[in-house]
Design a protein around this ligand. Structure first.
Ligand code: FAD
Ligand code: MLT
Ligand code: ZN
Length: 512
């Protein structure tokens, strides 16, 4: 895309919304002007006094700090680039509260940032907003082994928390490929779904309470450790999936299940998506309560992992589709017997063409790497167009076929280095009807984007699907929200935003 192709539409908080289905080509950058102010060295001085320690403030206002700011200004996909000149790394909720109050009083815009692994540009400033990073707020506050309820700071890294829980025979109810970097606050703010939602459900159910600093600096302490609490509106739900637009989450209380004692993983090769659906149906029938993941990977996704990671595939032959099945239970013998019966059934009924069962923990990890490693391998070339969508299961893969057909007809795909598209790839959380349609490219390319958007969104809207199943909207999906949400819902979201953030300082210019 050339810079002159970008049209900037400046919206004020009260101006009518554009109808994205009619008026919004994807290359319009929609900016809501909130009247926030420019950062000065006096402001920086205030933050330095407040936070004290050198490492708590990365100051690019009074000196050149571009090298230190780089990791905060660029997203995981290398698609969005911000221009922050100031990163604040508070250590406590009280410090976050003082920062936010000062920003609100002085009309300074703020972007909350956790591990910066989000895939829709939500954690990156659009201009020079101040980044408030949760990286130094990383203590586990309490864990009750009897109830399994954990209370932790928002900046705890998911994998670190899960290891802590493993030592206490529990497991975090969310697992995802970015676990080594993402923070609990980021997970809750994106309502991340991940690899085991099928078993443990969504964070909307597992999060029992949150501690949040709202835009006027007030600390809202809703860190409940109760499983049941029907006393009026359940307002914590507003912050789960809000993507940092109405407050900064500083603490989380979450229900963690018992860690399963027996885990099995099978990796299957299949001839068609129809057969993958049969395999899923039979998995639910044979494995019911022990089924903890059912993931889909198409042939090209696995070929690209093989090519980039340079490792030997789990199965001898090539197959158009692969599924990864995980079971988690409390009795190894019982689970082994169930899984063996399932595998016998799907093999003898010609539902799967081949399969392998992990024999030990190393093989479990190795089979998972063929699924979890896909996003990183697709990011190997110049860029990836990512669509994270919910579609009714029978049509889930049709979107990949139709997109591939469209890009092929446009002459954009191929091995030839001059062509922009490397391939059209489908994988995802089949057990949740959540497809990841990915188009890895050698460079971000306007012609490719024109073929993809609004085509993909229209396709999803026709099937009453969702344009964002689990990654959120951030800045990437902002123009397209109308494909999945009615005007009434958008107006209600805007009302909430205006109520809690009247000055528009909290993660401005994003989806709301
Ligand atoms: P960030 O990227 O830092 O922020 C994400 C959003 O939350 C931003 O809008 C930010 O402003 C806001 N935010 C962050 N912290 C706070 C806070 N404390 N308070 C308020 N707002 C805050 N997602 C899935 O759902 N399922 C997956 O399986 C999955 N797998 C992934 C695999 C890889 C390899 C990668 C790179 C990403 C994956 N993701 C997945 C994306 C996912 O959203 C993030 O990994 C994770 O949930 C974001 O956490 P984070 O700490 O990195 O948040
Ligand atoms: C995944 O399931 O691997 C993640 O959501 C990341 C992605 O979609 O690439
Ligand atoms: Zn996912």
């Amino acid at each position: 895309m050339d810079i002159e192709d970008i049209q900037i539409y400046v919206e004020t908080p009260d101006s009518p919304r554009l109808d994205p289905t009619k008026q919004m080509p994807s290359w319009i950058l929609l900016i809501t002007f909130m009247g926030t102010r420019k950062l000065s060295s006096n402001h920086v001085q205030y933050f330095k006094q407040l936070l004290g320690s050198e490492s708590a403030v990365i100051d690019g206002v009074s000196k050149d700090a571009s090298a230190d700011l780089e990791a905060f200004n660029c997203d995981w996909l290398r698609k969005y680039r911000g221009h922050t000149k100031l990163v604040l790394r508070p250590k406590s909720t009280e410090e976050v509260s003082k920062i936010v109050k000062y920003c609100n009083d002085n009309m300074l815009a703020v972007v909350p940032q956790g591990g910066n692994t989000g895939l829709v540009g939500g954690s990156i400033p659009v201009f020079d907003e101040i980044i408030v990073s949760t990286a130094r707020m990383n203590s586990i506050r309490s864990f009750d082994e009897m109830s399994g309820i954990l209370v932790a700071d928002a900046g705890c890294i998911l994998e670190v928390v899960d290891q802590y829980l493993a030592g206490r025979s529990h497991i975090f109810p969310l697992d995802l490929g970015a676990k080594g970097s993402c923070h609990l606050g980021g997970n809750v703010s994106t309502n991340a779904g991940g690899l085991r939602l099928l078993r443990y459900g969504s964070l909307h159910g597992n999060v029992l309470g949150v501690e949040v600093v709202v835009p006027d600096g007030t600390i809202v302490d809703e860190l409940s450790t109760l499983r049941k609490n029907n006393t009026g509106y359940d307002l914590k739900q507003l912050f789960i999936g809000a993507e940092g637009t109405i407050g900064i989450i500083t603490g989380v209380s979450i229900l963690c299940p018992q860690r399963p004692q027996a885990v099995n993983v099978a990796y299957l090769g299949l001839e068609s998506f129809g057969k993958a659906q049969l395999a899923f149906r039979e998995a639910k029938r044979h494995l019911s309560e022990i089924l903890s993941a059912f993931e889909l990977m198409d042939g090209i996704s696995q070929e690209l992992v093989e090519r980039v990671a340079k490792k030997k595939p789990p199965l001898e032959g090539k197959h158009p589709f692969y599924c990864l099945i995980e079971t988690s239970g409390s009795n190894k013998e019982h689970d082994d017997e169930k899984l063996e019966k399932y595998l016998e059934f799907v093999l003898s009924n010609d539902i799967i063409s081949d399969g392998v069962l992990a024999q030990d923990e190393t093989q479990v990890q190795s089979l998972w790497s063929w699924r979890e490693g896909i996003p990183e391998c697709l990011n190997h070339w110049g860029g990836v167009y990512k669509y994270d969508v919910s579609i009714p299961l029978p049509e889930l893969y049709q979107l990949v076929d139709d997109t591939r057909e469209r890009l092929s007809s446009a002459g954009l795909i191929g091995d030839d280095e001059s062509l922009p598209v490397v391939g059209v790839v489908g994988y995802g959380h089949m057990g949740d009807s959540n497809l990841h349609l990915n188009v890895p490219t050698r460079r971000f390319d306007r012609d490719v984007e024109k073929e993809l958007e609004p085509f993909v969104y229209e396709w999803i809207q026709k099937r009453n699907g969702s344009i964002s199943a689990e990654h959120g909207l951030g800045i990437a999906k902002k123009p397209f929200i109308g494909y999945s949400r009615s005007r009434k819902m958008l107006d209600m979201m805007k009302d909430i935003k205006k109520l809690y953030d009247p000055n528009g300082i909290m993660n401005p210019y994003k989806y709301i």
